[in-house]
Ligand binder design. Sequence first.
Ligand code: F3S
Length: 393
Amino acid sequence: MTISMHLTAQEERILGGEEGHGRQKAMELLVALGDIYGAGRLIPISSAQISGASFKTIGDAGIRFLEDFSEHAKVSVRASLNPLGMDTKRWKDMGVSSEFRSKQDRIVRAYASLGVEPLYTCTPYLSGNRPRRGQHIAWAESSATVFANSYLGALTNREGGPSALAAAIIGKTAEYGLHLPANRVPRIRIDIEHIPDGLVPLAGYVVGKVSGKRVPYLHGLQLTADEHKAFGAAMAATGAVSMYEFTAPGDKRVVDISTIEEKVCLNGSELRTQADKLKGDESWDLVAIGCPHCSANEIRAMAKYLKHRTPTKDSDVWFCTSRKVHASCPKEVATLRKFGKVLCDTCMVVAPIESMYKRTASDSGKAMVYLPTLGKQRASFRPRTELMEAISR
Ligand code: F3S
């Protein structure tokens, strides 16, 4: 094949198959992507984060692809895995079938043999896989890429599952897109006037729609790390760009705005209107919290609120988090368990929720995009405080 990207002598050898079939296939994939996107070369990465871990999303063809790859290759940099379609311990309790479980187990085994770390979370940055400012990485999960680019200051494109895996195997990615400073400059300025309580995810939802493919500069965006997590996840779900620039009120940091083409304002009343549009049903089969996966701070805050209340049991409740966070706050997890299932390794979108429930409420802007599509749910948005009130008295 004709390659326009520059390859080093070692990369040529990998492409020629001298380091085995698995590395050759991975290199072919990286080179093909690099050529499509006009990359000049491959650059080293410090970590990868791989999506395509649930049997629901990758199916039998995905299993065959992974099993084939796993016979011939291993990752060469730190690589962690996105959520599976089930909690590996509580799958029966969730209502997952034995057939689904056995397919999911094959995926787990294939990734283990590839050397991928079984974090099973979309928040790897809360479980040890946390890049530093300026590091190039190859991450696939959309909510994690936007957090890494915007809040942590790392550099990544929104990889697909196979391209993130190929990058993990080679330890490099093609240099294009958000790896290049020229593509990280903001094109639209959005002045954030006010975000009403509980509507941060919807601010991300609206910003994603308004920005489309342009990196937005959000002026006046003052959020906690957990709020950035929820904001960015929603923004990446409705928009096509995996990064935002931001300054909080009083911030002395100067953002170069010479590339701004459009300026808009986002105020509280627009966000309340959006909340009304996504309100949906008044009662639900499931209340699902933890998209992206809950942090330890979020688990603690919910447990503190629920501690002296009793469950209403009007609907099932899922609190989704990572196994690391789950293990770090056992007392709080025990409190939440009185109100619903505290699930690790999975989430309401990549689990086979469509065979369990029809109407799901969540406080996640990202879930409002994917629950109706991937999950076939009638989705209802509610701020977290309203969900806490609804599941307890
Ligand atoms: Fe994470 Fe699942 Fe939401 S992977 S960001 S909890 S859709």
